[in-house]
Design a protein around this ligand. Structure first.
Ligand code: PLP
Length: 387
């Protein structure tokens, strides 16, 4: 079969491959400590589940508008106004099948052959692949651990050419967990306006913050950058709703209409009753998020202390999301060999940094229980000592 070139250029997800291997080992009865998951290990809060059940009982089981349930679009616009100081109406919102479809559809609506998309490295695995599927050109800009893996305004300015159309900003970041400070966001906003770029701000981890870190949504900096901003967000991480598949984009109406046309001809609306769960997530108690954050805070401290005690490993202190991005450079190994051996010999699953575009690091997620973290760290230490 001769497949379309667009798909042959896209590799299979390495994060899924390592998770699949870890799962297969578990199924064989091996005691595997898994740090590879990109999802909270908590259940969706009860009141959200109840709202979806109620929607089912009320017969909300039919096709809905492709852009999403009007009540949810309104609730999202209100959330963005109140929490993020972004002046959106419901016409600026489209509800999507997770943050993933939000990003995919906005890239498809905005990017074409010849357009360059600036992506800081390390990046979330799907950004470059989505750009390639839209036949655009990803421009990958390596960042430094010493700068918390954050792109500087100078680096952004230097990466910009006459073909640059879009800059991808992800704070808090997957895979590094780093958060851009409000001053850093303002400095990037200046370059975006100066270079007349679009910016997509992927804010899916915005509520998962530690040590007083502050999330400033770039569109709130000033009206000039707001008019060039596209917000991508979702319910998966903050509300432990990964399987529900509800996300959204907020953007100028023209882009939302274009994305609605794409969605209207591809997936149609997001599962109707799941959207009622999302309304409850926004309008109901935020207490479950606090409980989840308390657990993440304790685990983060534990894992950071554990890594600091292993001589050849190091990582900058992340203040968001639930990942640590660990430098393994001193071991002399590349990230794929390191992760494969760690899994084969010590039954610990971590994700090689090469999946995120950098080969001197590995990503460990601490969205797992403390006992597994403790056991996993002991095994990691033994492994590193054996090298
Ligand atoms: N953006 C980032 C940075 C992510 O880490 C993820 C999920 O891992 C997504 C977007 C997509 O999330 P979802 O499609 O589950 O809402």
């Amino acid at each position: 079969m001769k497949l379309a070139q667009r798909v042959t250029k896209v590799p299979a997800s390495m994060t899924l491959a390592i998770s699949a291997k870890a799962k297969a080992m578990k199924a064989e009865g091996l005691d595997v400590c898994s740090f590879s998951a990109g999802e909270p290990d908590f259940q969706t809060p009860e009141h959200i589940k109840e709202a979806a059940k109620r929607a089912l009982d009320e017969g909300k089981t039919r096709y809905g508008p492709a852009a999403g349930e009007p009540k949810l679009r309104e609730a999202i616009a209100k959330k963005l106004q109140i929490n993020n100081r972004l002046n959106y109406e419901s016409s600026n919102i489209i509800v999507t099948n997770g943050g993933k479809q939000s990003l995919f559809n906005l890239i498809l609506a905005l990017i074409e052959t010849g357009d360059e998309v600036i992506i800081p490295v390390p990046y979330w695995v799907s950004y470059p692949e989505m750009v390639k599927l839209a036949e655009g050109t990803p421009v990958l800009v390596p960042t430094e651990a010493s700068n918390g893996y954050k792109i500087t305004p100078e680096q952004l300015r230097k990466a910009t050419t006459s073909k640059s159309k879009l800059f991808v900003l992800n704070s808090p970041s997957n895979p590094t967990g780093m958060v851009y400070s409000p001053a850093e966001i303002r400095a990037l906003a200046e370059v975006i306006v100066e270079k007349d770029l679009w910016v997509v701000s992927d804010e899916i981890y915005e509520k998962i913050l530690y040590d007083g870190a502050e999330h400033l949504s770039i569109g709130a900096v000033n009206p000039d950058v707001f008019s060039r901003t596209i917000i991508s967000n979702g319910f998966a991480k903050s509300y432990a709703m990964t399987g529900w598949r509800v996300g959204y984009t907020a953007a100028p109406v023209e882009l939302i209409k274009a994305m609605t046309r794409i969605q209207g001809h591809s997936t149609s609306n997001v599962c109707t009753f799941a959207q009622y769960g999302a309304i409850a997530a926004l309008e109901g108690s935020q207490e479950p998020l606090k409980i989840m954050l308390e657990a993440f805070t304790e685990r983060r401290r534990f894992i950071l202390d554990g890594i600091a005690a292993i001589p050849t490993l190091s990582c900058p202190q992340p203040n968001g999301a639930f990942y640590v991005y660990i430098n393994i450079g001193e071991t002399g190994m590349n990230s794929r060999d390191f992760c494969n051996l760690l899994l084969d010999r010590h039954h610990v699953a971590a994700v090689p940094g090469i999946a995120f575009g950098s080969d001197r690091e590995i990503r460990m997620s601490y969205a797992t229980d403390l006992t597994s973290i403790e056991k996993g760290l002991e095994r990691l230490e033994k492994f590193v000592a054996s090298l």
